[in-house]
Write a protein that binds this ligand. Structure first.
Ligand code: 6PG
Length: 259
């Protein structure tokens, strides 16, 4: 488990998205320089897609070698391929269709009109992750350089919702979700063990509607009641917030004490 979460608070959600995009570019470029490729897990939702749109517009965008980037998803809404509500569809619109990715290195989660129903789709994605893992990963998923997670107002991350079975999973890396409180009800999601395989986990929270969730998750809540509290990386856990989302954090967490 990484040390205590780090917090970075930006003025507003637009600046948070731009700063997070710049941070991601640097992280990818550093990984590609050190290891020849980079591995990133994308998240759905307004903050996740806002970051991708900011990355699309970033002046340094093409410092990334897009052909040597592996993209995975933290969760997916179990809908037909091309459905506008799929996280993959929205990521393509926000960024992916505008950059020269290697299609073999882009790994969307299965759609509902494919070969599988949701639970089997989750098993298939877990197998794809395991197939991509090497001896150096010491586990059933590749070592992601950055795994990004939007934070829901109820503290959910990916499709791990408070008290539901998926957040309690301790063995499998991907599971199906049924009866999700955030539509659509059927989803597939990485589990906390898979999330924790990442070198760095970045949690994105912008907007007043995330203030309570951020305060709960960062104040010692348990992961079953507050899944965001259980999302941490091997070497770093970074919360990227805007001032509105940070507005209810306890004073010992934010603002930082003046040295
Ligand atoms: O499929 C999804 O909906 C997302 O993966 C989900 O986990 C999202 O990141 C959060 O609900 C935050 O969404 P917003 O950024 O839109 O609040």
């Amino acid at each position: 488990m990484s040390a205590a979460p780090q917090l970075v608070v930006h003025r507003d959600k637009e600046l948070m998205a731009q700063a997070a995009a710049a941070r991601l570019i640097t992280k990818i470029v550093d990984a590609q320089s050190a290891r020849g490729s980079a591995s990133v897990v994308l998240t759905g939702g307004r903050n996740g897609n806002g970051l991708l749109a900011a990355l699309h517009a970033a002046p340094a965008r093409d410092a990334v070698d897009w052909g040597r980037l592996d993209l995975w998803w933290g969760d997916e809404r179990f809908l037909p391929d091309g459905d506008p509500e799929r996280n993959y569809t929205q990521a393509k619109e926000a960024l992916l269709d505008a950059v020269p990715l290697d299609p073999a290195r882009v790994h969307p989660m299965p759609a509902s009109d494919g070969l599988f129903e949701a639970d089997a789709a989750a098993e298939a994605y877990a197998a794809e992750l395991a197939n991509a893992a090497g001896p150096e990963d010491h586990g059933p998923v590749p070592t992601f350089d950055v795994l990004m997670l939007g934070v829901g107002p109820d503290t959910h991350v990916a499709s791990l919702f408070p008290e539901l079975p998926a957040v309690r999973e301790t063995e499998r890396t991907v599971v199906g979700v049924h009866g999700a409180p955030k539509p659509p009800p059927t989803r597939t999601t990485l589990t906390l063990p898979a999330i924790r395989a990442a070198r760095e986990v970045w949690l994105l929270a912008a907007g007043e509607d995330k203030a309570k969730a951020a305060a709960i998750a960062l104040s010692g809540a348990g992961e079953i009641q507050a899944p965001a509290a259980g999302a941490y990386g091997r070497s770093r856990t970074l919360w990227l917030l805007d001032a509105a989302a940070a507005s209810q954090l306890p004073p010992e967490l934010y603002p930082p004490a003046v040295a």
